[in-house]
Design a protein around this ligand. Structure first.
Ligand SMILES: Nc1ncnc2c1ncn2[C@@H]1O[C@H](COP(=O)(O)OP(=O)(O)OP(=O)(O)O)[C@@H](O)[C@H]1O
Ligand SMILES: O=P(O)(O)OC[C@H]1O[C@H](OP(=O)(O)OP(=O)(O)O)[C@H](O)[C@@H]1O
Length: 218
């Protein structure tokens, strides 16, 4: 049986990802509160590495991690030569164009100023609509941009809508939904197929099924 390395994102997805793995008796030795970045589980031949959300795809694409957990938003924004294996039951949110109530986003020849953490997703979306835009790339607190006149609108993730509401903004147009995904390195997926499929089955169907599949792969 081959050892698998799994890249987990720090931040918002960390706790849910950890709970999902722990719920099926993996990741028992991972301690998110510590400053440690590598956790080995020699018995189960698993190694967890803890990385920034925006670096998960890099670790998986380079083959340093065989599989990883990352938001679909990051996959759409960064791309990457990886397989998307499974939708995971957390990180659910949606993309939206947002701004002050009544702000027009379809402006014919006028250029719309859009602030976002996701320039590629934004450019693709407005290109499809035929609306010319100027993209302003931010790294966070995106809702601030229309308030201080940096942009006309924003493209961002909305979950509860609390951040928009707290800043007097609202959704002007819904775009699409995203959630967390299990991804795999393409070569690992061929050469460690049994192990990766076992993890996939486990996360999808629960422990009982996993014990059967995993013991067969030893
Ligand atoms: N409000 C939200 N509700 C649910 N999921 C969210 C929300 N905001 C972000 N996410 C999901 O969690 C992932 C990680 O978000 P987080 O805020 O922890 O990191 P980040 O600051 O976007 O990443 P980085 O620090 O690497 O730039 C996002 O890529 C997205 O998939
Ligand atoms: O609809 P809500 O439940 O309010 O969630 C949406 C907010 O969550 C994310 O930001 P995050 O908290 O990651 O902070 P950031 O500004 O650093 O990106 C996103 O960029 C929104 O600002």
């Amino acid at each position: 049986m081959n050892e698998l390395t799994i890249a987990l994102a720090k931040g918002r997805l960390a706790e849910d990802a950890y709970n999902v793995f722990k719920g099926v008796n993996l990741a028992n030795n991972v301690d998110l509160k510590s400053r440690k970045l590598i956790f080995e589980d020699k018995d189960q031949r698993l190694r967890f590495i803890i990385v920034k959300p925006s670096d998960v795809i890099t670790y998986v694409e380079q083959g340093v991690a065989d599989i990883g957990v990352v938001g679909k938003d990051t996959i759409l924004e960064q791309g990457g030569n990886i397989y998307e294996l499974l939708d995971l039951p957390f990180g659910e949110c949606r993309f939206a164009v947002a701004g002050y109530k009544g702000k027009k986003i379809n402006r014919k020849d006028e250029v719309l100023k859009v602030a976002t953490k996701y320039p590629k997703i934004t450019v693709d979306y407005f290109a499809e609509k035929g609306q010319r835009i100027q993209t302003i790339k931010l790294n966070g607190s995106v809702e601030l941009a229309p308030l201080v006149g940096l942009s006309d609108v924003i493209v961002d993730i909305v979950e509860t809508g609390n951040t928009l509401k707290a800043n007097g903004l609202e959704v002007l147009e819904e775009m699409f939904e995203v959630r967390a995904k299990l991804i795999a390195n393409r070569v690992s997926y061929r050469f460690k197929a049994k192990e990766i499929n076992a993890i996939q089955t486990l996360l999808r169907d629960g422990r009982e099924n996993f014990d059967t599949v995993y013991s067969q792969s030893k």
